[in-house]
Unconditional design. Structure first.
Length: 152
């Protein structure tokens, strides 16, 4: 099951149920080199070193310039947040896992911050929001969730 929370063009989230162990889901979630395998907006992504608080990396989106990011929050196995500097603000992506009733729930929360957040929400947020269902489904499919085929 996929749930999309359409708060605003500059802040929205998607949550999907995944019938895999939380540790398995986490391992794929922090494999930055594989983000492009499920995130339809990315050409490539790299991490400088290990996935730790403060680590940095680069994203090359399918549209737009190369972006640097840093991991600003991290609770291993539960959630992380990474930020990308934008003019007068940030693109903030928080990815969270929760485990209930033998099911892992993955939430991808996307937010533009700062004085230009509404402009970036219109310019970029609508496209990100439109692609979120496919991104979440791709992630689930990569894990080989036995229920993934039921949602095709």
């Amino acid at each position: 099951m996929l749930t999309i929370d359409h708060k605003k063009n500059y802040h929205f989230a998607g949550t999907i149920e995944i019938n895999r162990p939380q540790a398995e889901v986490w391992d794929l979630l922090i494999d930055v080199s594989r983000w492009k395998d499920w995130d339809t907006e990315l050409k490539t992504s790299t991490l400088n070193g290990k996935f730790t608080l403060g680590a940095t990396g680069e994203l090359i989106p399918k549209k737009g310039p190369k972006l640097k990011f840093h991991i600003s929050e991290l609770v291993p196995g539960k959630f992380y947040t990474f930020k990308t500097k934008m003019p007068v603000g940030y693109l903030v992506i928080k990815r969270t896992l929760a485990y209930r009733d033998k099911t892992t729930y993955f939430t991808d929360d996307v937010q533009f911050t700062g004085a230009l957040k509404q402009i970036f929400g219109v310019m970029l947020g609508r496209g990100f929001q439109a692609s979120l269902p496919e991104v979440m489904k791709n992630f689930k499919d990569l894990l080989g969730d036995p229920t993934a085929k039921q949602h095709k």
